[in-house]
Design a protein around this ligand. Structure first.
Ligand SMILES: [Zn+2]
Length: 116
């Protein structure tokens, strides 16, 4: 997402902005008050898959970035991945489309992560 002319990583579901060089903390807002995420009783938290997403999933949203993420704090394991309290990107996959490479390269530099 472009904010003030700069690319930012954001949640594809909640729309939360991940600030460069700062950990992202997921917060549960599921019961009218904020509390630490993830909860065992619903689906809050930062999601990460243990296996690569199908290409069709990645192309369904505009400007989707794909990569590796570090998770820590409270982490709940699921069949296909995890939900976590804290997260920060480790690496971003360089897109195959030339038109998408510029924004992802800018993101990698601003967030201090590798391009893979
Ligand atoms: Zn919750």
């Amino acid at each position: 997402m472009l904010l003030d002319g700069l690319w930012h990583l954001t949640s594809t579901v909640a729309g939360d902005v991940w600030e460069p060089r700062r950990r992202f903390e997921a917060v549960c807002r599921g019961r009218g008050e904020e509390r630490p995420a993830p909860c065992a009783d619903h689906g809050c938290g930062v999601y990460a898959r243990t296996h690569r997403l199908p290409a069709t999933y990645v192309t369904t949203g505009p400007r989707a970035a794909v990569g590796l993420v570090a998770l820590w704090g409270r982490v709940i394991e699921h069949e296909h991945g995890y939900r976590a309290q804290f997260a920060y990107p480790v690496a971003l996959r360089e897109p195959t489309l030339e038109s998408e490479r510029g924004p992802v390269r800018e993101l990698a530099q601003r967030y201090g992560v590798a391009l893979i």
